[in-house]
Design a protein around this ligand. Structure first.
Ligand code: HEC
Length: 132
């Protein structure tokens, strides 16, 4: 739960850069590389990998609508991160928190975890920006 404290989210926002506009474009690039294969280029679900894996991948543009018109920021954050174990066992969604952390390289003394959280946060901002 401490992961979600607003102080930490604020720190992650600083790492991402400056504000949602920048985070959106960073998040969009990340999305195309890491997520579009399963969730579709436009977030509508069923990208090319999903067909190969024979899984249903949810559409990511109706998350706000499905939550009474409010984008479920924290749920999306923890779903993507996956490290808190809340996600169902056997989920086919990769644990992005682990992946981003293990691929992080530090040039200015950031920890791998800071880099991973920043990347995840920029993805959440991007997904928020594509809600219908
Ligand atoms: C290998 C295929 C695959 C990839 C790649 C993938 N996902 Fe998923 N994702 C899934 C599946 C399958 C689900 C359905 C629920 C589950 O299994 O956890 C899901 C669920 C989700 C959900 C929850 C949707 C809901 O309706 O609550 C979010 C948010 C999400 N993914 C975001 C992302 C993001 C962001 C990325 C890229 C960093 C990504 N996914 C990459 C397969 C994938």
């Amino acid at each position: 739960m401490s992961y979600l404290s607003s102080a930490k989210i604020a720190i992650a926002a600083l790492i991402v850069g400056a504000g949602p506009a920048l985070a959106d474009s960073a998040g969009e690039k990340e999305y195309v590389v890491a997520c579009a294969g399963c969730h579709g280029e436009s977030g509508m679900g069923m990208g090319p990998f999903a067909e190969l894996l024979n899984t249903e991948t949810p559409n990511l543009v109706n998350l706000a609508k499905a939550n009474g018109g409010v984008f479920p920021f924290e749920t999306v954050l923890t779903t993507i991160d996956g490290r808190d174990g809340v996600r169902a066992h056997g989920s086919t969604m990769p644990i992005w928190g682990e992946r981003f952390k293990s691929s992080a390289t530090s040039q200015r003394g950031e920890t791998a975890d800071m880099v991973a959280r920043g990347r995840i946060l920029s993805l959440v901002y991007y997904i928020e920006s594509i809600q219908k």
